[in-house]
Design a protein around this ligand. Structure first.
Ligand SMILES: *Cc1c(COP(=O)(O)O)cnc(C)c1O
Length: 221
């Protein structure tokens, strides 16, 4: 069965005017990392009569003090990695809005510094989250640790580390589907530099920033 593919336009640091241009050209889904910047853009564009309805995805690090606004302004969250935060998002989802779509972020690299739940804990966390009333569990997301190392480029037929990480996530995603946990229809993998490999590895949602909008200025913080 051919997989469907969503292009998530990652518009962090991109001005609202530029987002509007893309929206008028037909792009609907936008991803943001920085909450304050995002809320300003979302409210500005929601008030702008020429802007079509947009779908906003929060893809940045999640902290407890951010959940209220995320639950209020966003349609999706890709970076859930703890039950406690998921529970807050569910409790804080305003009445009258559709359930918030969430993805569980998996740490496929094994680096302890990285966000995300370890692969062996992912399915149990998904199971717990799928019971929360104001969330819809849609699948998994990963940010791999690194680009392929030069050594793996040289090795014949070597599976790159990157590919291994994508495949760890895809295997978990297939288990979610097989076990009917949540509505497992979304696997968020791949950014500007690695989107082709991610698609080959089964991604249904690529998060693309610089390849659409050009290089970003250095992070403000
Ligand atoms: C910034 C960001 C992206 C987009 O990165 P590009 O390399 O500009 O395509 C995708 N995913 C996450 C989580 C990001 O923070």
């Amino acid at each position: 069965m051919p997989q469907s593919l969503t292009l998530l336009a990652v518009s962090k640091t991109v001005p609202a005017q530029t987002v509007l241009q893309f929206a008028l050209a037909g792009q609907q889904a936008f991803g943001e990392n920085y909450l304050q910047e995002a809320v300003e853009k979302i409210t500005h564009l929601a008030d702008s009569p020429e802007c079509p309805p947009l779908e906003w995805h929060f893809i940045g690090p999640l902290q407890s003090n951010k959940t209220r606004q995320i639950a209020q302004y966003f349609n999706w969250v890709h970076s859930v990695d703890r039950f406690k935060t998921a529970k807050r998002l569910s409790e804080q989802r305003p009445e009258g809005l559709a359930p918030l779509n969430v993805l569980v972020q998996v740490n496929t690299s094994g680096e302890s510094s990285k966000a995300g739940v370890p692969p062996h804990e992912a399915l149990a966390l998904c199971q717990q989250i799928s019971a929360l009333p104001h969330l819809t569990l849609r699948g998994l997301m990963t940010i791999p640790s690194a680009m392929p190392t030069p050594a793996s480029h040289l090795a014949h037929n070597a599976t790159t580390n990157l590919e291994k990480e994508f495949l760890v996530c895809r295997t978990l995603f297939q288990q979610l589907q097989a076990q009917h946990i949540g509505r497992a229809d979304t696997l968020s993998m791949g950014m500007s530099a690695d989107l082709e490999l991610a698609i080959q590895c089964g991604s249904t949602c690529v998060r693309v920033g610089s390849a659409l909008f050009g290089a970003r200025p250095a992070k403000p913080d």
